[in-house]
Ligand binder design. Structure first.
Ligand code: NHV
Length: 849
């Protein structure tokens, strides 16, 4: 960024910052204590009281055993933070001083040198306070009291007389909905409860002269291949009135393409400026697999005479994204169009990946986006029970071509809608719309998660009086149908908005599936089999999912061996969904033989989740253009727990994540077995046809190997799902062979390179005759990398390699090792050392029952 500005400066007349503006970081040297206690501890900022108390050993590791309970008292107590900092006489010479708190969690009173300068009640807003008159030369004192959210909100509850139906809030008194604070801190059906307090984003002191550019928005009015019409929107805060020169322009790949100047008059106070610009032949930002993610650097500077007084830079991509909801022959469409082209949204729902939110550092974001990209996703939903994510999240998405569905942070419960509450929400919405609107990855805004669905379908009308229900309904309309869309229009003005997700449908009432996005919990909560998902495709699946236990390596991290049982005390603390275990068991009885042990149960559950979810996702992808999105619930965990995630807390891929990588590949092979036929599909996201492909289908007996092989030249139609070849099942095998035969199909290009594979079984394992077999394996050990070579004479289904290193990455896992086949799997982790010869263990389905 500096580079761009410097570059710009070289082409402007000689300028200098007469008195440089200066930012003093105030994140170091904080201390905190329980209110009225003399015991002060060092605080990490950004951080939280609970995170620091764990760090200091005052609280135990919350993830281990049943320790969660031992952290709970902290939420009932007030906590004080203090810090001193020095300001020099020269620094005091600046015209203005702003204390900047990017995020305080949540109910805070801030004091500076004896004056109360700020009261906050919203963790999602960054606050700035003018403190020029309060600063003194030498040592300054900052003091913050964080009020217990419980204490702060209890009176609201007491005066209401009811508890809200906020079932994911794991305390008897439901207070989460009163506080503009991350809902998931209060617990969830996959979430530990740690209701944190603290300084969760950076603090700084900005000293400046003359003027400041508070905000800069490059609003994209129209973007085509030929031109981009944009509007520069600037908010400049000037301390003194007078003439000034505005320079603005843009660069691409470090090359300044345009730089212009404008004379203007700045009034003292806030100046809102806006002026149009046209960029011809723009290099457009494309989603992953559609082209490059071109990012332009836009810059503005304000000068007076030969003094540079303010500057701002932002990076954005030029593109259009539109949610298309139009009547059609089925009902109403629900799909995203990017740069005018319909896009099938492939991806997942994302929750904050750390209960200690502030542990989400840059490495965290890079890592989670590696997993997103590696699984071939192009869309991620930031779900409304978490947080508006940090800048780095959206920056990663911009660079990788991942589109973001952004919920406003409301989920699964009614919320108050009184004037004070809505004033707070208004400020939060404006702040976050402005903060995020320059990101090309941000595709659209959604009012909340499931509140509309809940008001209609979750039976609250039987628990609450009519007047209460009516007030909640009116409050819903006020917040999500009136206030938020107005603010999106006013402060964004380019993106679509829906009042909530699902938009209209409910999974128990399929008649609206043809005209809405759907959270299809028919699978799981509705006890429907995986196969049923193909028969009830929605226009867009914004949630659907299936639970599994994390692998044993992760269970071992929190449970001693004597607790390895489904209903043990420790395992129950780590299973937050009330019907979770019984549903896993029920489905397992539908599909699998009885596992021999707890460890086999865990393994089998992972396989069930992976294979079942692959089936559902593939059906959705085959179902385009009717169905245009598959965002499964959920990609990640915020602590080690049983959940619907496809990656566990320690970064271990569950079977599902490998299956997603296959089924979401930009060009994947799909198969649909239907009425005695077998239809092979190409599922393509590419924007051009592929005509150089060969489809090979092998009929493989579990013991005897390949029985038949078919080969066809096929084409993959661009951006479509197409049947490329159909077989009569009876031409491939007899009915009684189905229990010991599978199909192995693969697509190759003209060089014989395999592009996609599809393995098809006719039954789930309880109806398969899987052979007993011995796996021969050998390992080549190197630092950082083990190569495991595997061979089996007979089929080894869903073969799972395990290594006791958290987060180790496997080139593949849960594989079907075909009869007579040799496969090499590479395991990578910086913790792997050649000399250690860490044990790699192997398990496959037939061994587990
Ligand atoms: O339960 C899993 C996930 C939740 O973690 C998350 O809130 O938005 N889930 C399930 C549902 N929605 C979501 C569906 N909700 C219901 C199911 C059954 C009855 C009522 C509601 C996510």
């Amino acid at each position: 960024m500096r580079k761009i500005i410097t570059m710009l400066l070289t082409i402007l007349p000689m300028l200098a910052y007469a008195q440089q503006s200066e930012t003093i970081q105030l994140n170091e040297g904080w201390q905190f204590s329980q209110m009225n206690s003399d015991q002060w501890y060092d605080a990490d900022v950004p951080g939280s009281v609970q995170r620091d108390l764990v760090r200091h050993g005052v609280l135990p590791d919350p993830f281990y055993g049943t320790n969660e309970e031992q952290l709970q008292w902290v939420e009932d107590v007030n906590w004080d933070f203090k810090k001193t900092f020095n300001v020099s006489a020269a620094q005091l010479q600046h015209d203005e001083a702003l204390l900047q708190f990017e995020g305080l969690d949540t109910h805070a009173e801030v004091f500076l040198n004896g004056s109360r300068i700020l009261r906050t009640q919203n963790m999602f807003i960054g606050y700035e306070v003018r403190v020029k008159e309060l600063l003194i030369e030498g040592e300054n004192n900052l003091y913050i009291r964080f009020h217990s959210p419980i204490e702060a909100m209890m009176p609201a509850r007491n005066s209401f007389g009811y508890d809200y139906p906020a079932v994911n809030d794991h305390r008897e008194e439901k207070l989460s909905i009163y506080s503009r604070k991350a809902p998931y801190h209060f617990g969830w059906d996959w979430g530990i409860r740690i209701v944190q307090m603290g300084i969760w984003k950076p603090v700084s002191l900005l000293l400046y002269n003359d003027a400041r550019i508070e905000d800069y928005y490059v609003k994209q009015q129209l973007v085509t291949e030929e031109k981009a019409e944009i509007e520069h929107q600037l908010t400049i805060h000037a301390l003194t009135k007078g003439d000034a020169t505005l320079s603005y322009g843009y660069a691409l790949n470090g090359k300044v393409l345009k730089s212009e100047q404008k004379e203007m008059y700045l009034a003292a106070g806030v100046n809102n400026l806006s002026f149009p610009a046209t960029i011809t032949d723009p290099q457009r930002w494309m989603p992953v697999n559609w082209g490059e993610q071109h990012l332009y650097d836009f810059f503005v500077t304000v000068t007076r005479g030969d003094h540079l007084i303010a500057e701002k830079h932002l990076r954005t991509g030029l593109r259009t994204v539109r949610l298309v909801q139009e009547p059609d022959e089925h009902g109403r469409s629900f799909y995203f169009e990017v740069n005018g082209i319909p896009l099938f949204a492939k991806g997942a729902n994302y929750i904050p990946g750390e209960i200690f939110t502030t542990q989400q550092d840059e490495a965290y974001y890079e890592n989670i986006f590696d997993q997103i990209t590696d699984a071939n996703m192009n869309f991620v939903r930031v779900w409304g029970g978490g947080i508006y994510e940090n800048e780095e999240f959206y920056r990663q998405a911009d660079e990788r071509g991942i589109l973001i569905w952004q919920d406003f942070i409301f989920a699964c419960a009614p919320y108050p809608s009184d004037d004070l509450f809505l004033t707070n929400v208004r400020e939060e919405a404006i702040y976050n719309i402005k903060r995020l609107r320059n990101h090309p990855s941000l595709a659209f805004w959604c009012g909340n998660n499931e509140i509309d669905e809940a008001l209609t379908y979750w039976g609250w009308d039987k628990q609450y009086p009519k007047e209460v229900m009516q007030a909640w309904q009116e409050g819903y309309d006020k917040t999500f149908r009136q206030l938020l869309p107005l603010l999106v229009e006013e402060h964004d003005g380019t993106r679509s908005y829906i009042h909530g997700s699902p938009y209209d449908a409910n999974w128990g009432n399929t008649e609206k599936f043809a005209s809405s996005d759907v959270h299809d919990w028919g699978l799981w909560y509705g006890h429907l089999p995986f196969e049923a998902m193909a028969e009830r495709l929605p226009r867009f699946a914004s949630e659907f999912g299936f639970q599994s236990f994390p692998e044993m390596k992760t269970i071992r991290s929190f449970a001693p061996e004597e607790q390895w049982a489904l209903e043990s005390e420790v395992m129950q603390v780590h299973q937050k969904a009330t019907t979770g275990n019984s549903l896993i068991k029920k489905y397992m009885e539908m599909y699998f033989p009885e596992p021999k042990s707890f460890e086999d149960f865990v393994y089998m559950g992972l396989v069930m989740q992976g294979n079942g979810m692959e089936e559902s996702v593939e059906a959705m992808r085959r179902g385009r253009p009717y169905c245009m999105g598959a965002l499964y619930w959920q990609i990640n965990d915020d602590w080690p727990v049983v959940s619907w995630s496809s990656i566990d807390y320690y970064g271990n891929w569950k079977a599902q994540h490998y299956r997603m990588r296959n089924v979401l590949a930009p060009l994947a092979l799909g198969v649909d077995e239907k009425e005695g036929m077998l239809h092979y599909y190409t599922l393509s996201d590419y924007l051009s046809d592929r005509n150089d492909l060969t489809l090979t289908v092998q009929v493989i007996d579990f013991t005897k190997g390949i029985q038949k092989e078919f080969r066809e030249k096929v084409s993959a139609t661009a951006n479509a799902s197409t049947i490329v070849k159909s077989y009569k099942l009876s031409d491939l095998l007899n009915e009684d062979e189905k229990a010991h035969t599978m199909l192995h199909a693969f697509l190759t290009d003209s060089n014989g390179e395999v592009i996609s594979r599809k393995e098809h079984f006719f039954y789930w394992p309880n109806r398969l005759k899987l052979p007993l077999t011995t796996i021969e394996s050998s390992v080549e050990y190197a630092d950082g990398e083990y190569r495991v070579t595997l061979f089996s004479e007979k089929l080894a289904k869903d073969l799972f390699l395990e290594i006791p290193v958290q987060g180790a990455r496997f080139s593949d896992n849960f594989i079907n090792l075909l009869p007579g086949q040799q496969r090499t799997i590479v395991i990578r982790s910086p913790q792997l050392k050649a000399a250690d010869r860490t044990a790699v263990t192997v398990k496959h389905m037939r061994e587990t029952y």
